[in-house]
Design a protein around this ligand. Structure first.
Ligand code: SD4
Length: 326
């Protein structure tokens, strides 16, 4: 049996749905640090065990963290049953699937694409922007032209199922992102290799039935994703407008830099989002990891699932939520 298959077999069935306490951190606040024994990890938003396993396995095979992130995220992008990423992603209200993605290395160098149409692997185009262009973020027509020049091919990203869902939506045409429903598959992924090198990425078709031209937080460094491998990394999911407003992942990494644990930093970032709103009928969730491999996860409402993978487990957990505590 190949290494990859034996890994998937070994970890493929484990699901834990409870507020987690990972070995390395049980205390919210400043100063709790693991000994780094579990450093090699992959962490992602929502239920992505298969993609995490692929990314982890890639790390085991010695590829770079950027390669591992790209490998894991490409798997989600090509899954037609995932309704908020790549192929099968829900369209905007005009019926177009438009994609946002970002990838970031240990030293905060980022490549990103936004409002990209007809390309099934925006994370790979983002990687090309990072490594093969003088820019950080390419958008729309220009991003598409760049992708085609780099050898990507156009394809139809609208599946029968997403076309039908769009037709149903048009009957009432009410735009109301639903907590943990509209956005439950978007992938944000962070990883650290055995030598402590970190990378992150995210990829999404954004919120279903968004206005034409809308770009969310995912392709914006410091909003949907931020990595500073000397400190930590963070990813966001949920209503992107609120994440952009608060520069949330940058804020989380800066809190970790100040000495807060990733868990406390995620909680403080959620509190910052909530404090500035009169209504909290939307979901935002954050994941973070510090350079020691300690992690944090927190959301506004219950129901934010994340996936954690190391050499002993590949498990899903429900993050603690602000409204759990009220
Ligand atoms: C957006 N934050 O476009 C993305 C959607 C998302 O989980 O992450 N959903 O606003």
């Amino acid at each position: 049996m190949s290494e990859r298959r034996s890994f998937l077999k070994k970890f493929g069935l484990s699901i834990i749905l409870s507020p987690h306490l990972l070995s390395c951190e049980g205390v919210s606040g400043k100063g709790s640090k693991s000994n780094g024994a579990q450093r090699k990890i992959v962490l992602s938003t929502w239920r992505h065990k298969r993609s995490n396993a692929l990314a982890f396995n890639a790390l085991e095979n010695g590829v770079s963290p950027l390669d591992a992130i790209e490998t894991g995220i490409r798997d989600v992008e090509s899954d037609p049953s995932d309704s908020s990423v790549g192929l099968g992603g829900r369209p905007d209200r005009s019926g177009e699937v438009t994609l946002d993605a970002c990838i970031m290395d240990h030293n905060s160098n980022a490549g990103a694409v936004s409002y990209l149409k007809q390309i099934s692997h925006p994370i790979s185009v983002a990687r090309k922007v990072l490594e093969d262009s003088p820019h950080t973020l390419l958008s729309g027509e220009g991003a598409l032209r760049f992708a085609l020049e780099k050898g990507f091919h156009k394809s139809d990203l609208l599946t029968e199922e997403s076309k039908n869902a769009w037709s149903n939506w048009k009957q009432n045409a009410v735009y109301q992102p639903e907590i943990n429903i509209e956005n439950h598959d978007t992938i944000g992924m962070l990883c650290i290799d055995a030598s402590g090198i970190m990378a992150g990425g995210c990829s999404t078709s954004g919120l279903a039935y968004k206005m034409e031209g809308r770009v969310g937080d995912s392709p914006i460094p410091g909003a949907g994703l931020y990595v500073d491998g000397n400190v930590g990394g963070a990813v966001a999911t949920g209503l992107g407008e609120k994440v952009i407003k608060n520069c949330s992942t940058f804020y989380i990494v800066e809190l970790i830099r100040q000495g807060y644990t990733p868990q406390k930093a995620c909680e403080m970032a959620i509190q910052r989002v909530i404090k500035r709103e009169s209504k909290t009928d939307f979901q935002v969730g954050f994941l973070a990891v510090d350079k020691f491999g300690d992690i944090g996860a927190f959301s506004i409402h219950p129901g934010f699932i994340y996936t954690y993978t190391n050499n002993e487990e590949n498990t899903e957990h429900e993050a603690n939520a602000y409204f759990d505590k009220m």
